[in-house]
Design a protein around this ligand. Structure first.
Ligand code: UDP
Ligand code: MG
Length: 315
């Protein structure tokens, strides 16, 4: 019989959630304190500008199981998650949001599944019950789009609320890419995966820290890191235009063959139309290439994904 306790590390990225973190921690503790494992917490402050750090310090003072990591500025949710995961040492790592939307009551079930031999327990948000909203609509649209153009399957509503074995975490650590879309990366690494549905909850308080521009950036990271299809779109348009040009040539030639060249009206408007369409296509294609070049540029620079402030976290 195994006598040693399994060490489970919980990673929570936090950005301006001063009024929320203490409740989140208390709620997680209520669940995990009833479990027979050894728990450690990694709260990652993602450059908060409110009193979040003070609140986190206070919580950490009362709970020696907490490590507080501070990023030097706001690097974003995915980078904060990465910082937390990199610091973990346990044989199981659970990542979850700090705003109460990821119910910690699911942790026992997630750990049961890990014990059954799964490497990835991925939760999936059941959006059907949610009232219609801009976020729900754009999220649905995004997943449909990304799955139609990416070879890596990304389930709709999969949140960054999951349990991973040490092996899966180490696999993610081998992926040093700067533009991180963890949902896609977790799907990409493979391993034995199980999907666990959950009902999303309301935030404890405060507003979403995922602004529209942050959402857009995440969607861009997903599209351009997990698909080359945008490049092919330009290529297909180019091929289509080439065919159109051939058809037009044949059409004009038919006037010559039948001796009706005089009825060919000098068409300024159609010419302009074609010029505009073609230059539009070229610009779009150039734009796509530009994005990829930009991404390559950022990848080859091998910049760190995040920077820590102060001391390394205490263990
Ligand atoms: N978050 C972060 N950095 C950011 C934005 C968000 O660490 O730049 C954290 C945030 O504090 C929360 C989690 O990531 O714990 C999810 O963010 P949020 O709840 O705002 O996103 P939503 O649930 O609205 O998608
Ligand atoms: Mg949230």
């Amino acid at each position: 019989m195994k006598t040693e306790k399994t060490r489970v590390d919980i990673v929570v990225p936090i950005y301006n959630e001063a009024g929320v973190v203490d409740q989140t921690h208390a709620r997680i503790c209520k669940v995990v304190d009833a479990l027979p494992h050894e728990f450690h917490f990694y709260y990652v402050d993602d450059g908060s500008s409110d009193g979040t750090v003070d609140t986190l310090r206070k919580i950490a003072d009362n709970d020696p199981r907490i490590s507080l990591l501070q990023l030097s500025r706001n690097f974003g949710h995915q980078a904060a998650l990465t910082a937390g995961m990199d610091a973990t040492q346990g044989s199981v790592v659970i990542t979850m949001d700090g705003d109460g939307q990821h119910p910690p009551e699911m942790i026992p079930q997630m750990l049961d599944l890990i014990a059954q031999g799964y490497d990835v327990v991925q939760t999936q948000r059941m959006d059907e019950a949610l009232p219609a909203s801009f976020k729900k609509w754009t999220s649905g649209l995004f997943y449909r789009f990304i799955n139609s153009i990416s070879g890596t399957r990304i389930l709709p509503g999969t949140a960054d609320f999951r349990a991973l074995t040490r092996q899966a975490v180490d696999a993610l650590k081998q992926m040093p890419e700067y533009h991180r879309f963890l949902r896609g990366m977790v799907s990409w690494i493979g391993y034995k995966t199980v999907i666990l549905p959950y009902q999303p909850e309301e935030r404890i308080s405060g507003v979403s820290k995922y602004s529209l521009s942050k959402m857009t950036r995440l969607a861009m990271d997903a599209v351009f890191s997990f698909s080359l299809v945008p490049l092919y779109i330009g290529l297909s348009f180019g091929a289509l235009l080439f065919c159109l040009a051939a058809v037009e040539m044949l059409y004009v030639l038919s006037f010559w063959v039948t001796g009706r060249t005089s009825s060919l009206a000098p068409g300024w408007s159609s010419l302009m139309f074609v010029i505009l369409i073609v230059s539009g296509m070229l610009m779009a294609l150039l734009g796509f290439i530009g994005v990829y070049v930009g991404y390559i540029f950022q990848e080859v620079k091998r910049r760190p994904i995040y920077l820590l402030k102060g001391d390394k976290p205490n263990e």
